[in-house]
Design a protein. Structure first.
Length: 305
């Protein structure tokens, strides 16, 4: 079984416009409301790939009701806990001549709320996969993921962390199977500006030394690289086309990578599927569909990318 955990999900209000004009009225060309949050995005892309998962996390208030409705409409299995206070956050994504995002803080999660989630996390067992993805509300500390990993320790659950900063660093002592920073997040961890794939690989190895088993780094329009526990190293270029939106690309890559690994148990093949999923999302108005993913994967295989 696969579980995704999103502690701070959102409604993403996506606005399209021809350009952004500051100190003036902006007129939209389109608006759309979608569910958001890394874990939920991962569940959605897994579903497109024919891989079932259960989305865990929290929802709150009337915005939480809308979030649940969108998940249900998409056919995504979920078991979100209702918070007694606050509202599920709304993030605003502006897509015009440039991208501009406003991500809200999120509802407060108390220790009692987390205890309810821990009860849900008694279900994963040996061989199951658990994604811990995205940021956490300010009410939780930067050790939130580390605590969950410690609780799962010794049960044979395959744990994957997609986070940044202290939230990621504090999970490494529990030796997650895979971590997936992007290029900027990786550099920020070490106070560096990464300029080359070689530098990215060296910093990825440092994450391994700190406890991660495998490290997948998304490099935007430069592709991605993977440093494996056994010492293998793979990199792959990005597909070229007009970027529509970068939202969800990293989540799509991670979902595709794990789906590919489950299908083939081959890291290089998994990286190809992950790259295809990221491209399908980058060149779409939403998350990549199965049709778009298969198209991107065919291009990768035909061109030996």
């Amino acid at each position: 079984m696969i579980y995704t955990v999103t502690l701070n999900p959102s409604l993403d209000y996506i606005i399209s416009a021809e350009e952004i004009k500051f100190d003036n009225i902006n007129r939209t060309t389109a608006e759309e409301m979608r569910f958001g949050g890394k874990g939920l995005n991962i569940s959605a892309v897994l579903s497109e790939l024919g891989v079932q998962s259960t989305a865990l996390g929290f929802k709150a208030g009337f915005t939480g009701e809308k979030l649940q409705a969108l998940l249900d409409e998409s056919g995504i299995a979920s078991d979100l806990l209702e918070l007694p206070q606050g509202e599920t956050r709304i993030n605003v994504k502006i897509r015009a001549d440039r991208e501009l995002d406003f991500n809200a803080r999120g509802a407060e999660i108390t220790p009692a709320d987390m205890e309810r989630l821990y009860e849900k996390l008694a279900a994963p067992e040996e061989g199951d996969i658990l994604f811990l993805a995205g940021n956490v509300p300010p009410s939780l500390g930067s050790d939130a993921y580390g605590k969950i990993l410690k609780m799962l320790s010794g049960r044979g659950v395959i744990c994957i962390v997609d986070a940044s900063g202290e939230l990621l660093l504090n999970s490494l002592s529990e030796h997650p199977f895979l971590v997936k920073p992007n290029e900027n997040e990786l550099g920020e961890l070490f106070g560096a500006k990464i300029k080359t794939g070689y530098e990215a690989a060296e910093y990825a190895k440092r994450l391994q030394q700190m406890g991660a088993q495998n490290v997948l780094v998304s490099l935007g329009d430069k592709g991605a690289l993977l440093v494996c526990e056994n010492g293998d190293f793979f990199n792959i270029g990005a597909l070229s086309d007009k970027l529509v939106s970068s939202t969800g690309c990293g989540d799509s890559m991670l979902a595709g990578f794990i789906a590919g690994f489950l299908q083939t148990e081959n890291m290089q093949s998994a990286l190809k599927l992950g790259t295809a999923c990221a491209a399908a999302t980058a060149f779409s108005t939403g998350l990549g569909t199965a049709e778009e993913i298969n198209k991107m994967l065919s291009i990768i295989n035909e061109n030996n990318i």
